[in-house]
Design a protein. Sequence first.
Lengths: 200, 248
Amino acid sequence: MRRNLAEPPDVPPERLWRSLLPRRPERRLRFRFDVAPSLPLFVRPVPSAAEAAARDELASVPDVLRDELEVRSLVALVLHTPAGLAFADAEALGALEAHELAELDAEVATALADIAPTLARSNMDAWGRALREGAEHLSNASAAAALASCVDVTAYASGREWHVQTRPRLDRYWGLPTAEILDGHWMAFQAARQAMKDRK
Amino acid sequence: MKPTTQPTIPPDQKRLLDDGYHLAAALAARGRTTHVFDVADFFGIAGRPIHQLAMQILRIGEETEATDAALKTRAEQAKRAGAGEEQARADAEALEKERTLEAIFRACRRVDEKGQATAWAAFPGVAWLRDNLTTDQTVTLLNLYDELKRRRGPVKMEIDDEHVEAIAGHLADHAGDDIPEAYLAPYPRWFLTHLIVLVAIKLAAARRSVEVLLQEREAWAVERTALETSLAAARGERVPESDQDEEP
C-alpha cells in the first residue's frame, strides 16, 4: 500500500539519532488483542530487503487482494510478543476481524515510520537534516565518533597522487552481517560521518 | 463456585500452540461475534420463509476467501462473454457485486428452533443467492451486517479528502444508473452525513475559486486594455475606437 513519505517524529534530534542505534529498534504498541489483553506487543523492524521480498511474493496476486495481503505480510514480519514473532505468517492473521487489522496496521505503520526510516517510506531530506543535527549533539559525541570510525581506510597511489578510500563497516558497530543492517542504521552512520567531517 | 470449562482447541490449532504461536492459536479458537436478526420477506430453499437470520462478523481470512471466490467466478463469467472477455474481466462493479454475495453467504448463518445461531449457512450457496436475491434484499443484508458491526463496538472509519474525491468521482461517473444506491448502501448514516458535508464544502470552495478566477480575469482584461492604450499612445498610434474610453 502506498503511504505518504513519513516525516521524522517530533522528538529532539539527539534523541532521534540515538533511537536508531539499537541493533533492532523496538516500539511497544498500545494495541491489545481481546483474547490476550495483558500480552504486550512490539514492533521490531526487518531489513528493507526482507520487506521487499515479502511484497515480491504477492506480485502475482490480483490487485483487489494485494493491498490487504501486503498489510498482513508486513504485520506478520514485524509484530512480536515477548516470546518472539506473534504470527507465523500472513495467513495466521486471517483470524482477525477487519477492524482489528486496521487498528493494528495503523499502529504498526506509525511505529515503523518512527523507528525504522527507509528510503521507500521516509522523507529522506527531513530525516537527513534531523539526524545530522542529532549526531552533532554533544550528548552523542562519543557514540557518533565510534560509529563514524567504523570504516576501512585504504590508501593507494595512482600516478604521482595518493588517494584514500573509505569503505563502511557497519557490521563492526552492530555486530550484524551487512545484510541485516537496517536503512536506519545506514542513515545514522551517514549522519555520524558527516558530523565528524564538519567537526574537523 | 461457578464451574470453569477448559476451551477445546481443534487439532489444526494445536499445531500453532506446539509451534509456540500461542496468540495466533487463541485468536483462531476464539468465539465469533454473532447476532440473530428478525427478518421478513426472505425465502430459503424451496421457497420456505426465513423469519430469523444469524449474522457473524467475517474474519479477514474469510473476506479474502470471498474476494478470491468472486475473482474466480468473474473469470469464469468473463470466459463466457466471448469477444467481451477483457471488458467483462475488468468490470469492477460486477466484481464488487459478486464479492458482496460471497461475503453475505459466509456471514449469514441458519437459526435453530430455539432462536440460536448455528454453524450452518443460511442460504444454499452463492449461485443460489445470485439467482434469488433481489437488490433490495442484498442492501438489507448489508445494512444488517453494518448494524452487527456497530453492535460489536465502535469502528474507526476514516474519511479523508482522497476518499471523498474517490467516492464523489465514482458517483458522478454513475449518476445515470443504479450503482450509487448500491455503492452507498453499506455506509452508515453518520458516514454519509460527513460525506455530504465534505462534498458541500468542496462545492462551496470550488464556487469561490471560480468566482475569484472570473474576477481576476475581468481585472486582467481591464488592465490589458489600459496597457494596450498607453502602449499605443506611446507609439503615437491611433487607438482603435472600441478601445478608447468614452469622453464624458
